[in-house]
Design a protein around this ligand. Structure first.
Ligand code: PXG
Length: 442
Protein backbone atom coordinates (compact mmCIF):
# COMPACT_ATOMS: atom_id res chain seq x y z
CA UNK A 1 0.00 0.00 0.00
CA UNK A 2 1.30 3.41 -0.88
CA UNK A 3 2.27 5.62 2.02
CA UNK A 4 -0.37 8.21 2.66
CA UNK A 5 1.98 11.15 2.74
CA UNK A 6 3.91 13.38 0.41
CA UNK A 7 7.01 11.77 -1.08
CA UNK A 8 8.80 14.98 -1.86
CA UNK A 9 12.42 14.82 -0.75
CA UNK A 10 13.13 18.29 -2.07
CA UNK A 11 10.32 19.87 -0.11
CA UNK A 12 11.88 21.94 2.65
CA UNK A 13 8.69 22.47 4.55
CA UNK A 14 8.67 19.64 7.11
CA UNK A 15 11.96 20.45 8.80
CA UNK A 16 11.42 23.30 11.28
CA UNK A 17 14.97 24.62 11.47
CA UNK A 18 16.60 25.70 14.75
CA UNK A 19 17.66 29.33 15.32
CA UNK A 20 16.97 30.04 11.65
CA UNK A 21 14.86 32.51 9.71
CA UNK A 22 12.89 29.57 8.25
CA UNK A 23 10.91 31.48 5.63
CA UNK A 24 13.93 33.40 4.37
CA UNK A 25 16.04 30.22 4.24
CA UNK A 26 13.44 28.16 2.42
CA UNK A 27 13.03 30.84 -0.26
CA UNK A 28 16.76 30.89 -0.81
CA UNK A 29 18.35 27.77 0.72
CA UNK A 30 22.00 27.56 1.64
CA UNK A 31 22.90 23.87 1.59
CA UNK A 32 26.21 22.21 2.35
CA UNK A 33 26.66 18.76 0.86
CA UNK A 34 30.28 17.97 1.73
CA UNK A 35 33.22 19.23 3.75
CA UNK A 36 36.97 18.68 3.84
CA UNK A 37 39.55 20.34 6.11
CA UNK A 38 38.92 24.13 5.87
CA UNK A 39 36.13 24.05 3.28
CA UNK A 40 32.50 23.28 2.79
CA UNK A 41 31.07 22.34 -0.61
CA UNK A 42 27.69 23.86 -1.43
CA UNK A 43 24.87 22.11 -3.28
CA UNK A 44 25.78 24.15 -6.38
CA UNK A 45 29.37 22.97 -6.19
CA UNK A 46 31.09 26.04 -4.69
CA UNK A 47 33.85 25.90 -2.08
CA UNK A 48 33.18 27.97 1.05
CA UNK A 49 36.01 28.73 3.48
CA UNK A 50 34.88 27.88 7.00
CA UNK A 51 35.46 30.93 9.18
CA UNK A 52 33.46 29.54 12.10
CA UNK A 53 34.47 25.88 12.55
CA UNK A 54 30.85 24.96 11.84
CA UNK A 55 29.24 26.37 14.98
CA UNK A 56 32.46 26.81 16.97
CA UNK A 57 32.93 23.04 17.08
CA UNK A 58 35.06 21.59 14.24
CA UNK A 59 38.35 22.70 15.77
CA UNK A 60 40.39 20.14 13.80
CA UNK A 61 38.68 20.98 10.50
CA UNK A 62 36.34 18.72 8.57
CA UNK A 63 36.18 15.02 7.76
CA UNK A 64 39.48 14.28 9.45
CA UNK A 65 40.41 10.65 8.63
CA UNK A 66 41.32 9.52 12.15
CA UNK A 67 37.96 10.62 13.53
CA UNK A 68 35.97 9.19 10.60
CA UNK A 69 37.73 5.83 10.91
CA UNK A 70 37.28 5.65 14.68
CA UNK A 71 33.55 6.20 14.30
CA UNK A 72 33.26 3.58 11.55
CA UNK A 73 35.20 1.02 13.56
CA UNK A 74 33.30 1.63 16.80
CA UNK A 75 29.93 1.45 15.03
CA UNK A 76 30.80 -1.96 13.68
CA UNK A 77 32.25 -3.27 16.97
CA UNK A 78 30.04 -2.03 19.85
CA UNK A 79 27.25 0.24 18.75
CA UNK A 80 25.60 0.92 22.09
CA UNK A 81 26.04 -0.11 25.70
CA UNK A 82 23.61 0.80 28.49
CA UNK A 83 24.82 3.96 30.14
CA UNK A 84 23.48 3.14 33.61
CA UNK A 85 25.03 0.39 35.78
CA UNK A 86 27.09 -0.87 32.78
CA UNK A 87 30.25 0.41 31.16
CA UNK A 88 32.45 0.09 28.08
CA UNK A 89 36.16 0.89 27.75
CA UNK A 90 36.04 3.87 25.40
CA UNK A 91 34.10 6.10 27.81
CA UNK A 92 36.69 5.50 30.56
CA UNK A 93 39.58 5.96 28.14
CA UNK A 94 38.19 9.28 26.91
CA UNK A 95 37.60 10.54 30.46
CA UNK A 96 41.25 9.84 31.30
CA UNK A 97 42.41 11.69 28.21
CA UNK A 98 40.23 14.70 28.99
CA UNK A 99 41.64 14.85 32.52
CA UNK A 100 45.17 14.64 31.07
CA UNK A 101 44.68 18.00 29.32
CA UNK A 102 42.41 19.59 31.95
CA UNK A 103 43.74 22.03 34.55
CA UNK A 104 45.32 20.46 37.62
CA UNK A 105 42.59 19.94 40.21
CA UNK A 106 39.94 18.92 37.66
CA UNK A 107 39.64 15.16 38.11
CA UNK A 108 36.26 13.80 36.95
CA UNK A 109 34.11 13.73 33.85
CA UNK A 110 30.30 13.42 33.68
CA UNK A 111 29.10 12.87 30.10
CA UNK A 112 26.18 14.60 28.40
CA UNK A 113 25.15 15.02 24.76
CA UNK A 114 25.37 18.76 24.23
CA UNK A 115 26.42 22.03 25.76
CA UNK A 116 22.88 22.67 26.96
CA UNK A 117 22.83 19.36 28.81
CA UNK A 118 26.26 20.04 30.28
CA UNK A 119 24.92 23.27 31.74
CA UNK A 120 21.82 21.61 33.23
CA UNK A 121 24.03 18.88 34.66
CA UNK A 122 26.50 21.30 36.24
CA UNK A 123 23.73 23.39 37.81
CA UNK A 124 22.11 20.27 39.27
CA UNK A 125 25.43 18.94 40.56
CA UNK A 126 26.08 22.30 42.23
CA UNK A 127 22.81 22.25 44.16
CA UNK A 128 23.11 18.56 45.05
CA UNK A 129 26.75 19.06 46.11
CA UNK A 130 25.81 21.56 48.77
CA UNK A 131 22.95 19.37 49.95
CA UNK A 132 25.26 16.35 50.19
CA UNK A 133 27.49 18.40 52.48
CA UNK A 134 24.63 19.48 54.71
CA UNK A 135 24.18 22.92 53.16
CA UNK A 136 20.81 22.32 51.54
CA UNK A 137 19.83 25.98 51.74
CA UNK A 138 22.28 26.78 48.95
CA UNK A 139 19.96 26.64 45.95
CA UNK A 140 20.28 30.04 44.27
CA UNK A 141 22.10 30.28 40.95
CA UNK A 142 23.84 33.31 39.54
CA UNK A 143 24.52 33.93 35.86
CA UNK A 144 25.37 37.07 33.92
CA UNK A 145 23.65 39.41 31.52
CA UNK A 146 24.42 38.47 27.91
CA UNK A 147 25.49 34.98 29.00
CA UNK A 148 24.68 32.00 26.76
CA UNK A 149 24.34 28.68 28.50
CA UNK A 150 22.33 26.71 25.98
CA UNK A 151 18.61 26.62 25.53
CA UNK A 152 17.17 24.39 28.25
CA UNK A 153 15.29 25.89 31.18
CA UNK A 154 18.22 26.03 33.61
CA UNK A 155 20.50 27.44 30.96
CA UNK A 156 18.13 30.18 29.81
CA UNK A 157 17.38 31.04 33.43
CA UNK A 158 21.03 31.75 34.25
CA UNK A 159 21.63 33.00 30.71
CA UNK A 160 21.21 36.60 29.72
CA UNK A 161 20.32 36.65 26.03
CA UNK A 162 16.97 38.43 26.07
CA UNK A 163 15.40 36.75 23.03
CA UNK A 164 16.34 33.31 24.36
CA UNK A 165 14.40 34.02 27.58
CA UNK A 166 11.49 36.35 27.07
CA UNK A 167 9.24 34.02 25.05
CA UNK A 168 9.45 31.17 27.54
CA UNK A 169 7.60 32.10 30.68
CA UNK A 170 8.82 32.38 34.22
CA UNK A 171 11.94 30.21 34.02
CA UNK A 172 13.72 28.93 37.18
CA UNK A 173 13.11 30.76 40.42
CA UNK A 174 15.99 31.96 42.56
CA UNK A 175 18.30 33.23 39.85
CA UNK A 176 20.23 36.51 39.78
CA UNK A 177 22.48 38.03 37.14
CA UNK A 178 25.79 39.82 37.28
CA UNK A 179 26.15 42.78 34.92
CA UNK A 180 27.72 42.04 31.53
CA UNK A 181 31.21 43.33 30.85
CA UNK A 182 30.77 45.12 27.53
CA UNK A 183 32.13 48.67 27.96
CA UNK A 184 32.61 49.95 24.41
CA UNK A 185 33.22 53.55 25.44
CA UNK A 186 36.32 52.50 27.39
CA UNK A 187 37.40 49.27 25.71
CA UNK A 188 36.63 49.52 21.96
CA UNK A 189 39.28 48.05 19.65
CA UNK A 190 41.13 46.36 22.51
CA UNK A 191 43.42 43.52 21.48
CA UNK A 192 42.92 40.61 23.90
CA UNK A 193 41.64 41.31 27.40
CA UNK A 194 40.29 44.81 28.01
CA UNK A 195 41.73 47.06 30.74
CA UNK A 196 38.42 48.24 32.16
CA UNK A 197 35.69 46.32 33.92
CA UNK A 198 37.24 44.07 36.60
CA UNK A 199 35.20 45.98 39.18
CA UNK A 200 31.99 44.61 37.61
CA UNK A 201 32.75 41.34 39.42
CA UNK A 202 32.23 43.19 42.71
CA UNK A 203 28.52 43.16 42.00
CA UNK A 204 28.64 39.59 43.23
CA UNK A 205 29.25 40.94 46.74
CA UNK A 206 26.04 42.97 46.42
CA UNK A 207 24.03 39.88 45.40
CA UNK A 208 25.59 37.85 48.20
CA UNK A 209 24.76 40.55 50.72
CA UNK A 210 21.19 40.75 49.42
CA UNK A 211 20.41 37.05 49.81
CA UNK A 212 22.96 35.76 52.29
CA UNK A 213 25.81 33.53 51.13
CA UNK A 214 24.18 30.46 52.67
CA UNK A 215 21.46 30.61 49.97
CA UNK A 216 23.78 30.64 46.94
CA UNK A 217 24.92 27.44 45.23
CA UNK A 218 26.89 28.57 42.19
CA UNK A 219 27.96 31.29 39.82
CA UNK A 220 28.13 30.32 36.14
CA UNK A 221 29.86 32.41 33.49
CA UNK A 222 31.47 31.91 30.13
CA UNK A 223 35.11 32.82 30.77
CA UNK A 224 34.97 34.44 27.32
CA UNK A 225 31.38 35.17 26.30
CA UNK A 226 31.03 33.80 22.76
CA UNK A 227 27.47 33.74 21.49
CA UNK A 228 26.58 37.22 22.63
CA UNK A 229 29.23 38.57 20.31
CA UNK A 230 32.64 37.72 21.77
CA UNK A 231 33.30 39.63 25.01
CA UNK A 232 36.70 39.01 26.54
CA UNK A 233 36.92 39.08 30.33
CA UNK A 234 38.39 42.37 31.58
CA UNK A 235 41.83 41.98 33.14
CA UNK A 236 41.42 40.77 36.73
CA UNK A 237 37.69 40.06 36.39
CA UNK A 238 37.77 36.25 36.53
CA UNK A 239 40.29 36.35 39.38
CA UNK A 240 37.87 38.54 41.35
CA UNK A 241 34.95 36.21 40.68
CA UNK A 242 37.08 33.32 41.89
CA UNK A 243 38.10 35.12 45.06
CA UNK A 244 34.56 36.22 45.94
CA UNK A 245 32.99 32.81 45.26
CA UNK A 246 35.68 31.08 47.31
CA UNK A 247 35.26 33.51 50.19
CA UNK A 248 31.54 32.73 50.41
CA UNK A 249 31.63 28.96 49.75
CA UNK A 250 29.96 29.37 46.34
CA UNK A 251 30.92 27.08 43.45
CA UNK A 252 32.29 28.71 40.29
CA UNK A 253 31.31 27.10 36.99
CA UNK A 254 33.07 28.06 33.76
CA UNK A 255 30.96 27.35 30.71
CA UNK A 256 33.71 26.26 28.32
CA UNK A 257 31.47 24.92 25.56
CA UNK A 258 33.14 27.31 23.11
CA UNK A 259 36.46 27.99 24.83
CA UNK A 260 37.26 24.33 25.51
CA UNK A 261 39.57 22.29 23.28
CA UNK A 262 42.02 24.85 22.05
CA UNK A 263 39.98 27.80 20.86
CA UNK A 264 42.14 30.24 22.84
CA UNK A 265 45.42 28.46 22.20
CA UNK A 266 45.31 26.50 25.48
CA UNK A 267 43.27 23.35 26.14
CA UNK A 268 40.74 25.33 28.22
CA UNK A 269 40.10 28.96 29.11
CA UNK A 270 40.74 28.04 32.75
CA UNK A 271 44.39 27.51 31.76
CA UNK A 272 44.54 30.45 29.37
CA UNK A 273 43.31 32.84 32.08
CA UNK A 274 44.92 30.84 34.90
CA UNK A 275 41.78 30.69 37.04
CA UNK A 276 40.57 27.33 38.34
CA UNK A 277 36.78 26.88 38.57
CA UNK A 278 35.05 24.08 40.49
CA UNK A 279 33.33 22.79 37.36
CA UNK A 280 33.63 23.27 33.62
CA UNK A 281 30.95 22.57 31.06
CA UNK A 282 32.10 21.37 27.64
CA UNK A 283 30.76 19.97 24.34
CA UNK A 284 31.45 21.00 20.70
CA UNK A 285 35.22 20.53 20.23
CA UNK A 286 35.19 17.44 22.44
CA UNK A 287 34.28 15.37 19.38
CA UNK A 288 35.20 17.96 16.77
CA UNK A 289 31.45 18.51 16.43
CA UNK A 290 31.13 15.21 14.57
CA UNK A 291 29.02 13.27 17.07
CA UNK A 292 26.90 15.00 19.73
CA UNK A 293 28.68 14.80 23.07
CA UNK A 294 29.27 17.04 26.05
CA UNK A 295 30.95 16.65 29.41
CA UNK A 296 30.97 18.34 32.80
CA UNK A 297 34.41 18.36 34.39
CA UNK A 298 34.64 18.62 38.17
CA UNK A 299 37.24 18.90 40.87
CA UNK A 300 37.92 15.97 43.14
CA UNK A 301 36.23 17.86 45.94
CA UNK A 302 32.92 18.25 44.10
CA UNK A 303 32.90 14.59 43.04
CA UNK A 304 34.01 13.21 46.40
CA UNK A 305 31.20 14.97 48.26
CA UNK A 306 28.82 12.50 46.59
CA UNK A 307 30.84 9.37 47.31
CA UNK A 308 29.30 8.66 50.68
CA UNK A 309 26.54 6.37 51.91
CA UNK A 310 26.09 2.66 51.14
CA UNK A 311 28.16 1.51 48.14
CA UNK A 312 25.25 -0.18 46.37
CA UNK A 313 23.38 3.14 46.18
CA UNK A 314 23.39 5.45 43.17
CA UNK A 315 25.24 8.60 44.26
CA UNK A 316 23.82 11.06 41.72
CA UNK A 317 20.32 10.63 40.32
CA UNK A 318 21.15 12.12 36.95
CA UNK A 319 22.30 10.91 33.53
CA UNK A 320 21.24 10.37 29.94
CA UNK A 321 20.59 7.28 27.80
CA UNK A 322 23.48 8.42 25.60
CA UNK A 323 25.90 9.54 28.35
CA UNK A 324 29.31 8.28 27.17
CA UNK A 325 27.85 6.63 24.06
CA UNK A 326 30.47 4.31 22.51
CA UNK A 327 30.56 6.00 19.12
CA UNK A 328 30.76 9.47 20.65
CA UNK A 329 33.50 8.25 22.99
CA UNK A 330 35.47 6.83 20.05
CA UNK A 331 35.05 10.11 18.19
CA UNK A 332 36.25 11.96 21.30
CA UNK A 333 39.39 9.83 21.67
CA UNK A 334 40.25 10.24 17.98
CA UNK A 335 39.61 13.97 18.20
CA UNK A 336 41.89 14.46 21.19
CA UNK A 337 44.54 12.37 19.41
CA UNK A 338 44.24 14.54 16.32
CA UNK A 339 44.62 17.73 18.40
CA UNK A 340 47.69 16.27 20.09
CA UNK A 341 49.41 14.73 17.05
CA UNK A 342 49.01 17.91 15.04
CA UNK A 343 49.76 20.23 17.97
CA UNK A 344 46.63 22.19 17.19
CA UNK A 345 46.30 24.00 20.52
CA UNK A 346 49.90 25.23 20.19
CA UNK A 347 49.22 26.11 16.58
CA UNK A 348 46.26 28.27 17.63
CA UNK A 349 48.50 30.08 20.11
CA UNK A 350 51.17 30.64 17.44
CA UNK A 351 48.68 31.93 14.90
CA UNK A 352 46.88 34.22 17.36
CA UNK A 353 49.07 37.32 16.79
CA UNK A 354 48.73 36.99 13.00
CA UNK A 355 44.97 36.55 13.39
CA UNK A 356 44.83 39.59 15.67
CA UNK A 357 46.68 41.82 13.19
CA UNK A 358 44.54 40.64 10.28
CA UNK A 359 41.35 41.25 12.18
CA UNK A 360 42.33 44.70 13.41
CA UNK A 361 43.22 45.72 9.84
CA UNK A 362 39.43 46.05 9.40
CA UNK A 363 39.40 49.08 11.71
CA UNK A 364 38.28 52.16 9.79
CA UNK A 365 36.07 50.27 7.31
CA UNK A 366 32.45 51.47 7.02
CA UNK A 367 30.18 50.80 10.03
CA UNK A 368 32.90 49.08 12.09
CA UNK A 369 32.56 50.32 15.70
CA UNK A 370 34.60 47.70 17.58
CA UNK A 371 36.92 44.75 16.99
CA UNK A 372 37.70 42.14 19.66
CA UNK A 373 39.94 39.06 19.63
CA UNK A 374 41.75 36.38 21.64
CA UNK A 375 43.24 33.08 20.51
CA UNK A 376 41.54 32.14 17.24
CA UNK A 377 38.36 34.08 18.02
CA UNK A 378 37.44 37.40 16.55
CA UNK A 379 34.48 39.74 16.41
CA UNK A 380 33.69 42.79 14.34
CA UNK A 381 30.86 44.91 15.72
CA UNK A 382 28.89 46.99 13.22
CA UNK A 383 26.81 50.09 13.79
CA UNK A 384 23.19 48.88 13.45
CA UNK A 385 20.97 50.38 10.76
CA UNK A 386 18.71 52.85 12.61
CA UNK A 387 15.44 51.13 13.49
CA UNK A 388 16.52 47.82 11.90
CA UNK A 389 18.85 46.03 14.30
CA UNK A 390 20.59 42.83 13.03
CA UNK A 391 19.85 43.64 9.37
CA UNK A 392 23.27 45.04 8.50
CA UNK A 393 25.17 42.07 9.93
CA UNK A 394 22.77 39.57 8.37
CA UNK A 395 23.38 41.20 4.96
CA UNK A 396 27.10 40.86 5.59
CA UNK A 397 26.60 37.17 6.36
CA UNK A 398 24.63 36.57 3.14
CA UNK A 399 27.10 38.53 0.99
CA UNK A 400 30.05 36.76 2.60
CA UNK A 401 28.47 33.39 1.83
CA UNK A 402 28.02 34.42 -1.81
CA UNK A 403 31.69 35.41 -1.92
CA UNK A 404 32.83 32.06 -0.51
CA UNK A 405 33.36 32.57 3.23
CA UNK A 406 31.30 31.37 6.18
CA UNK A 407 30.96 33.81 9.09
CA UNK A 408 28.46 33.98 12.00
CA UNK A 409 26.44 36.94 13.10
CA UNK A 410 24.68 37.68 16.34
CA UNK A 411 22.82 40.96 16.52
CA UNK A 412 25.05 43.33 14.56
CA UNK A 413 28.23 41.55 15.53
CA UNK A 414 30.19 39.32 13.15
CA UNK A 415 31.91 36.46 14.98
CA UNK A 416 34.65 34.24 13.58
CA UNK A 417 36.32 31.15 15.01
CA UNK A 418 38.05 29.20 12.24
CA UNK A 419 39.26 25.62 12.60
CA UNK A 420 42.67 25.59 14.29
CA UNK A 421 44.21 24.15 11.09
CA UNK A 422 43.69 27.43 9.20
CA UNK A 423 46.77 28.70 7.31
CA UNK A 424 48.02 32.28 7.21
CA UNK A 425 46.99 32.47 3.54
CA UNK A 426 43.48 31.37 4.50
CA UNK A 427 43.36 33.99 7.27
CA UNK A 428 44.26 36.57 4.61
CA UNK A 429 41.53 35.21 2.34
CA UNK A 430 38.90 35.23 5.10
CA UNK A 431 39.69 38.73 6.33
CA UNK A 432 40.30 40.09 2.82
CA UNK A 433 36.95 38.81 1.59
CA UNK A 434 35.23 40.19 4.69
CA UNK A 435 36.85 43.58 4.06
CA UNK A 436 35.33 43.58 0.57
CA UNK A 437 31.94 42.68 2.00
CA UNK A 438 32.11 45.47 4.60
CA UNK A 439 33.13 48.05 2.00
CA UNK A 440 30.08 47.17 -0.11
CA UNK A 441 27.54 47.19 2.77
CA UNK A 442 24.73 49.72 3.03
N1 PXG B 1 27.17 27.08 26.50
C1 PXG B 1 27.86 27.88 25.69
C2 PXG B 1 28.88 28.80 26.23
C3 PXG B 1 27.61 27.82 24.31
O1 PXG B 1 28.29 28.63 23.49
C4 PXG B 1 25.97 26.11 24.73
C5 PXG B 1 26.25 26.22 26.07
C6 PXG B 1 24.93 25.15 24.27
O2 PXG B 1 25.46 24.10 23.54
P1 PXG B 1 24.53 23.20 22.61
O3 PXG B 1 25.44 22.06 22.25
O4 PXG B 1 23.40 22.72 23.45
O5 PXG B 1 24.10 24.04 21.45
C7 PXG B 1 26.66 26.91 23.82
C8 PXG B 1 26.34 26.81 22.35
C9 PXG B 1 26.86 30.97 17.91
C10 PXG B 1 26.42 29.67 18.46
O6 PXG B 1 26.85 31.15 16.71
C11 PXG B 1 26.81 29.32 19.73
C12 PXG B 1 26.39 28.12 20.29
C13 PXG B 1 25.58 27.28 19.57
C14 PXG B 1 25.19 27.61 18.28
C15 PXG B 1 25.61 28.82 17.72
O7 PXG B 1 27.30 31.84 18.69
N2 PXG B 1 26.81 27.85 21.56
Amino acid sequence: MALDRKQTPNDLDAFWMPFTANRQFKKSPRMFVAAKDMHYTTADGRQVLDGTAGLWCCNAGHCRPKITEAIQKQAAELDYAPAFQMGHPAAFELANRIIEIAPKGIEHVFYTNSGSESVETALKIAIAYHRARGEGTRTRLIGRERGYHGVNFGGISVGGIVNNRKFFGTLLAGVDHLPHTHLPAQNAFTRGQPEHGANLADDLERIVALHGPETIAAVIVEPMAGSTGVLMPPKGYLEKLRAITKKHGILLIFDEVITGFGRLGAPFAAQYYDVLPDMMTTAKGLTNGVIPMGAVLTTGEVHDAFMTGPEHMIELFHGYTYSGNPIASAAGIATLETYKEEGLFERAAELAPYWEDALHSLKGLPHVIDIRNSGLIGAVELEPIAGEPTKRAFSAFLNAYDKGILIRTTGDIIAMSPPLIISKAQIDELIGTLAGVLKALN
